[in-house]
Design a protein around this ligand. Sequence first.
Ligand code: MRU
Length: 332
Amino acid sequence: MDLQKVKAFRWEKGKLKILNQLKLPHTEEWIIATDYLQVAEAIKKMIVRGAPAIGCVAAYGFVLGVKYNKENPQKVYETLKNTRPTAVNLFWALERIKKALSQGRDIEQEAIQIEEEDLKTNLRIGEYGKSLLRESSKILTHCNTGALATAGWGTALGVIRSAHYNGNNIFVWVDETRPYLQGARLTAWELVKEGIPHKIITDNTAGFLMKKGLVDAVIVGADRITLRGDTANKIGTYSLAVLAKEHKIPFYVAAPLSTFDPNLIYGDEIPIEERSPDEVKNCFGCSIAPDESDALHLGFDVTPAELIDAIITEKGIVEKPNEEKIKKLLEL
Ligand code: MRU
């Protein structure tokens, strides 16, 4: 297995190469950022996306801005911080670079370390998580949580990868994930590259498949997890958790510790990104709705801890998450 088969970004001393995820799966176009403003734009436009990947790329953006563009650190920090509001990994990574800067450490080295740590973390999540997926399981996943959303391997998709390489004979139902189509365009692309059997389904198919006994477990990633375990993830995740509960199917979240927000207790406190209605009303430049209609485009929803059977982290599996268990995990 090749850990570098899929990369969302590559740091090459003073240059950040970003794979343009807006163009996948049919075109592999790399954007070369030499300026922190290009990085901020890439995060905002979702050229690069996925909580851990956003964190890594923002860290490199900080390095470009301060070390290479010689810009004011506070200005660079604020610009990168204001790109997307929900994934806490973005703020976590920027804080790490800010701290390194204030301690006079090499911020480029710190950003490289954030990237390397994320890859190792995902491999550990995969090792823990694969024990939860039974032999010959049919797994349903939402959005893209793979190598494209991280520094490599992936979180929820990393668990699927690890189970596949363990010989578990895994089959994946891939939610297409409207409107950006992270599932159909990105997760399916990664699964094709790995040779993992799968089928893409429209987002409204999951309930019926569950009723027919065709789903053994649901596994998703996370953008922010509060101290009580409430979890923000791609819009549609909450509906899957409710459906899984109704059909007595295990519902798992896979995420690194950098996705936990020690400042929040309840899911209602998580800022939910609202994106342009145009992204719902158009599909790849084609209008699919009347011009007169408005649309609501929430990027994320929150699944309450009570609907989550386990959170898989690099430090182990937290079953039936609650505030006491998560504080212990985070050593708070
Ligand atoms: O809007 P996106 O594509 O950045 O949203 C991504 C997700 O919701 C992922 O599930 C989450 O970031 C976890 S990625 C390992």
